[in-house]
Structure formats: C-alpha cells, structure tokens
Write a protein that binds this ligand. Structure first.
Ligand code: SAH
Length: 510
C-alpha cells in the first residue's frame, strides 16, 4: 500500500540542522528515556528531544511527556517506543478501532478530530514556510527573522484557511483495496484446518504480514461486506491466497468500490495468472451474496511487486464501470481509473477549485492530471471550453464518456503525460488558457509542466494537491515565475490519517 509515504521530508528534515556525529548520540538502544513531545511528523509520530537528539515516538502527541524505550538510533535521529504516558495531551482520545495499533492504515486515531484538523492546517503552513519560503498570514513573525520586511510580507501573506472537516468522519471511503493471503503456520494448531485458510485484511504496520480483518471503520459498510463475501467465497471454493515470498497462490487482492449516490458496487479480483479457477461459480456466488454488485472484474498481475494491479483487465460479469454522482454530475468509473475516495469531501474540494478558477462563462481552461474528467466537468459548467489531459488512457476514455453522459459539449480530453501534451498545445498555439488547473499525484508537477504554465501566462492557476511538501516546492517555482499564491484551503479527505488535501489559488502578477 502506498499509504505510508516516503520518510524523507517532514519532521526528519528539520532535525538535520541539529545533527550530531554518531559518537555523540546521547542515548543507546534499549535505554529508557523521559521525553517531552514537541511536534508531530508528517507520518504522525511524536517528536521528542533527548539532549538535543531527536527521537520519534509512535503514538505520542505534542504537549505530552512520555517514558519511552529507545529502539533504534541513527546519526541524526532515532526511534523510541512509548512505554508510559506521564502527562497526557488534552487532545488525546481513545482510538475507537480495535485494530488501530497493529494496522498501518490510520495514524491519528489517538488524536481528537478537531485537533487533527488544526494539525493538518499547521502542517500545510509549515511546508509553505519551510519549503516554499512563503509568508503566511499570522505566521509572518515566525517566517521573517528581522522586522524590516514585516509589513511588506504581511501585505502579500498567503491566507491559509482552517481545514474543512467532516461532520461524520467515519465510513467515508468508497474504495477498499485489500491484500489476500493464507493464514501462516503460527496459527496451524487451532484444529479446524486454519493453516490453509484464506485471509484478507491489512498489512501490519511497517510490514507485509497480512492480518485478517472484517471491519474497517473508515470504509463504507458495503465495501466491508464485499471483502467479507469474497473471503468467504474464496474459502468455500478452495482458492489459494497469494504468497509474496514464493510467488504462489491465486488471489492477490480484492478491490471494492461503491458509488455513494447510486449504491452501485464493483468487485475486482486481482489474480496471479490469467486463470481464475471456477470463474463462473465466482460470479454466481458473488451475485447471490451481494445483489447490489453491478460489475465483476478480473485483473491479472503476474509480477512479483507491491503494485496492486497488472495490465490486463477483463470483465467477468456486468458492466466495465460503475456510476456515481458528484454535485449532480454523473461519472462512469472503470476499475483502473482514479476516483477520489471520499466523495463528500471531494465535492467541497472541487467547488473550491471552481471558485478559485473564478469563471464567467467564456474562459479557456486546462485541467492537467484530469483523471476521469471530474474537475474538468465541474469547470465546464462555468467555462467557455475545458481541455483535460491525463496519462492513463482508460481514464481518458471514461472522461470522454462522462462528458457525453452529462451532455457537456465544451470539454475535450487527450491521453498522455501533461508535461508532454501541454507544451505541444503551446507550440501549436491553438489553446490559450485563461486558467490552468493542476491536480498531480504525490510527487507533484513535472518541472517541464511548471515552465510551460509560466510560458503560457494564464491569469489564474488553481493547484489541487495531496502532498503539502511537493505543493510548496512547486509554488516556489510559480512564485519565482510571476505568480502570487493568494489562498490555500486545506480539505480533510482522509480523516484519522496524516494525509491532507489542499486547493490553492494563484494569480499572475507580471
Ligand atoms: N483530477 C482527478 C485526478 C487526480 S489524481 C480527480 O480529482 O479525480 C492524479 C491523476 O494524475 C491520476 O489520474 C494519474 O493517473 C494522473 N497522472 C499521473 N502522472 C501524470 C502525468 N505525468 N501526466 C498526466 N497525468 C498524470
């Protein structure tokens, strides 16, 4: 799973400046230390200091004092395990999920929801200031060392709004991707043949060991139902779960997707090899157990990698897509296409993107990284013309179908890398955008694309981001090229995790 992000940035980067040579590491493995927790990393670990040396403590919150055992030391930082809470934070809550401690999916269930929302905003601010070198309103003093630049900075300071949270921050996900395996030897002696039992669950924190699970509190009930049913049917049909080490076993993953508005459900069985034994029986049993399913799909992944999907997708029964609606627009979504996982918050995010685009009905708008054309179609309702570009050909097929489905005639789509297609549009000269919207994956925008945006000189840029650090990096490039970051709206798309989505408005100043 890609939930645990790279460990490069965030709190760790900050500790570099305070690094000490290894011989000066003031703590040793297995030592118990008392730490005051002074921050939270982008992975949700508490940051403590022992004689200037940084220790990361999973499960500890800012403001807490903890007793922790040092588990691992590196040159500039180490890891310690929480042993005892000496002083608890007011923000601490009892995690409602029984498997929270083992599971890698959520990182902040021990933190109250309001506190999470303000931490997410602050996390965005910290990235904008530290990486983007931006002045943020209310943060000016922190950002400016001297007093002289204060007033100028205050004038141009970026407004970072409070995070838009959810009223009911549970069961928000429309998609589950669950690894499947076999129960391993450790459980072999429970007398009911469990040693060969198919399991479906989650990877234990920091590992690829699958722990069986039936209920995930951030999933839509129906996705949990699908996973339970697929597991039971697999067991009934004697299908084997995949074993990463040997590369053996048939079923690798089950993906469940539910349209929140339509109630339509898709089941994707990811198999190791093209053959799904008893495929017809599978279809029969899934339809019996899950009458709401409208699409049953097989995806073949024979590679020995962590990547969930392989290249070949075939429909076993029903439609190749499910339908869902966002703000009255209908979307066809195929198995391999990206579709935001939290539909309620997605509407809030997209409305913000449309607001920041400030359209009057005549504008030409480019939507880069458009997926199945979701933001494009929101924009198209208020623009002159929208041009979407996206790298996955299936998603572009969906996007075209979606425009048609909604009778939207002013949106066109092209498949290809944004950093190749948009520079070509520029050379050809036919498309002169008033607004460019970008919504890149975690790694942010390709530099070639940023350069092209600067060269095309749209009046406004709207940047939708799922990663504050690459957002901050890219905003710096746009600022240096003549744009001003005006407002940032964090939106909580992933409650109880450390992830935060942002919508940013920029205007051209030169
Ligand atoms: N705006 C869409 C999709 C956002 S996710 C939505 O809100 O639903 C980012 C998308 O960028 C994914 O669909 C991914 O396939 C696509 N993508 C990744 N790299 C790309 C590139 N170099 N050029 C164009 N699209 C890319």
């Amino acid at each position: 799973m890609n939930r645990r992000n790279n460990r490069g940035g965030g709190g760790r980067g900050r500790s570099n400046s305070q690094s000490k040579p290894p011989e000066n590491v003031p703590v040793s493995k297995n030592e118990e230390v008392v730490l005051d927790i002074i921050g939270l990393t982008h992975d949700g670990e508490g940051v403590g200091r022992a004689e200037g040396y940084t220790l990361f403590v999973q499960g500890a919150l800012p403001g807490e004092r903890v007793r922790a055992k040092v588990m691992k030391t590196k040159k500039q930082y180490g890891y310690a395990r929480l042993q005892e809470l000496l002083v608890a934070s007011d923000d601490r809550v009892e995690p409602p999920c029984d498997i929270y401690k083992q599971c890698g999916g959520c990182q902040l269930q021990h933190m109250g929801y309001e506190a999470q929302l303000s931490w997410k905003r602050q996390h965005v601010v910290d990235n904008l200031v530290r990486i983007g070198k931006l002045s943020v309103a209310g943060e000016v003093e922190k950002a400016q060392a001297g007093g002289s630049a204060k007033n100028k900075a205050a004038e141009a300071a970026v407004i970072v709004h409070p995070t838009i949270g959810m009223d009911e921050p549970w069961r928000y996900r429309n998609k589950a991707q669950v690894p499947i395996g076999m129960m391993t030897g450790g459980h072999a002696n429970d007398g009911d043949g469990a040693a060969s039992k198919l399991i479906a669950g989650f990877y234990a924190r920091g590992s690829h060991r699958i722990i069986d699970m039936d209920d995930c509190m951030i999933q839509h009930d129906r996705n949990d139902e699908i996973v339970r049913a697929v597991k039971a049917i697999g067991r009934e049909l004697g299908v084997t779960g995949y074993d990463e080490e040997s590369g053996r076993g048939v079923l690798r993953h089950v993906m469940a997707r539910t349209g929140f508005v339509t109630g339509e459900m898709m089941v994707v069985l990811v198999t190791n090899g093209r053959k799904l034994p008893q495929a017809e029986r599978w279809v029969e049993r899934i339809r019996e157990e899950l009458p709401g399913v409208t699409s049953i799909v097989q995806n073949v992944n024979e590679r020995n990698t962590n990547v969930i999907f392989g290249d070949e997708t075939k429909v076993l029964w029903g439609s190749d897509v499910i339908y869902d609606e966002l703000d009255g627009i209908r979307f066809a979504i195929s198995a391999r296409s990206f579709y935001q996982v939290n539909p309620l918050q997605t509407v809030a995010l997209y409305r913000k993107a449309v607001e920041y685009a400030a359209l009057t009905g005549t504008e030409s708008v480019i939507d880069a990284y458009c997926g199945i054309g979701t933001i494009s179609l929101f924009l198209a309702r208020q623009a002159g013309r929208v041009y979407g570009v996206e790298i996955v050909p299936e998603a572009i097929k969906d996007a075209k179908r979606n425009a048609e489905l909604n009778g939207i005639g002013n949106a066109t789509f092209e498949a290809g890398p944004a950093e190749v297609v948009i520079p070509r549009w520029r050379e050809e000269g036919g498309i002169v955008p008033d607004v460019i919207v970008v919504d890149p994956p975690r790694k942010g925008c390709d530099n070639e694309l940023l350069e092209t945006i600067l060269a095309m000189q749209p009046e406004r840029v709207v940047y939708v981001s799922c990663n504050p650090s690459t957002l901050a990096r890219d905003l710096r490039v746009l600022e240096d090229g003549g744009y001003r970051t005006v407002e940032v709206q964090p939106v909580d798309m992933f409650p109880w995790t450390t992830h935060v989505e942002c919508c940013v408005s920029l205007v051209r100043t030169q």
